[in-house]
Design a protein around this ligand. Sequence first.
Ligand code: SAH
Ligand code: SF4
Length: 382
Amino acid sequence: MSNKEKINLGLKSLSGLNRSELKKELSFMDIPDSKVNMRISQIWNWLYARGAKSIDEMTNLSKEFREELKKRFNLKRPKIVKQEISTDGTRKWLIRFLDGSEIETVYIPDENRGTLCVSSQVGCTLNCTFCYTGTQRLVRNLTSQEIVSQLIIAKDSLKEWNNPIRQITNIVMMGMGEPLYNFENVRDGILTFSDDAGLSISKRKITLSTSGIVPKIEPAGNEIGVMLAISLHATNNDLRDKLVPINKKYPIEELIKACRSYPRVKNSKRITFEYVMLKNVNDSEKDAKKLLKLISGIPSKINLIPFNSWPGTPYECSDWDQIEKFSDIINKGGYASPIRMPRGRDISAACGQLKSDTEKEKASIKYKKELAKLKSGRIRPL
Ligand code: SAH
Ligand code: SF4
């Protein structure tokens, strides 16, 4: 029997399901029509308001019904393969799903809030040249259950369930992957995050970051309705084609046009433009002035992200002085331009440093083999 068949014969986890999936699963059980909605609400409350870890905890369901549920379901979470804690308190979890693929999720505590950085795909197909995730070859979309499970796991680890003090107040879809290339699952996952009767993270506190998949920006506004962040990084097409190659398909003018008509912007809600600071590449004062022109009239703020380095990258982070000069110009132009302080760099948890460990290990094994061959004289260096 293949592994896949074995998994199919096992119990299905209800943890992380969205409302329509939960309804579908329960439709296979013998529940009178008049009670279906009540059962869904009860189970939803256990899953997402109380963080139940076993069906036995669901004490407002009859014992018989719980036994029936247990024949088909459990509340298992995906496995945490590794947890790392940075000196600045940032935590990174390496999470493995049933098919063996892995992603990373990061929690960043701050004075008045805590942000969970959630992944939307295993790897990313987009190959932005300054991003480590883009170098990972293994790529697949996460299911909405896998997306939601990242928050469940974080709440488990932080012991946040049933605790009046909330540690995770914000969510950013800024982990591995391009969220708008996995539109439906990201939408369903976010709607589960923001559901008032459950996880209850307000849409104002959820930000979706995209490299600029133009045709999906308006649907994102209408169907998801969270805060939007655009990974801009350059002010002309020549440079953006190099840094964010999807720009060749959706150039800057189209991207900015889509931002101007983003449904939330019409209600004067701000868009965030993300701008990675790359030394001598996009960080001149001229670039800053061009940036101001480009976004003129769009309610927005510019997040300047000091470049986070990774093995083998050709880029360097801009000098601090230069980042401050850049920021001053943007500020004087009337836009907030906070500099995003790098968090969790010591555990490779900062923006653009995420990549699953299996991939890193594979790369390091390959490197060691090459080195051994080199030493044994079997291959010659170039
Ligand atoms: N794929 C989405 C969301 C994930 S990346 C996107 O690209 O928007 C989250 C942010 O980190 C993006 O703005 C991305 O451009 C930025 N980023 C990627 N690599 C980085 C690096 N090495 N240093 C700093 N920021 C980086
Ligand atoms: Fe993908 Fe975003 Fe990294 Fe680009 S920056 S490769 S879109 S994760």
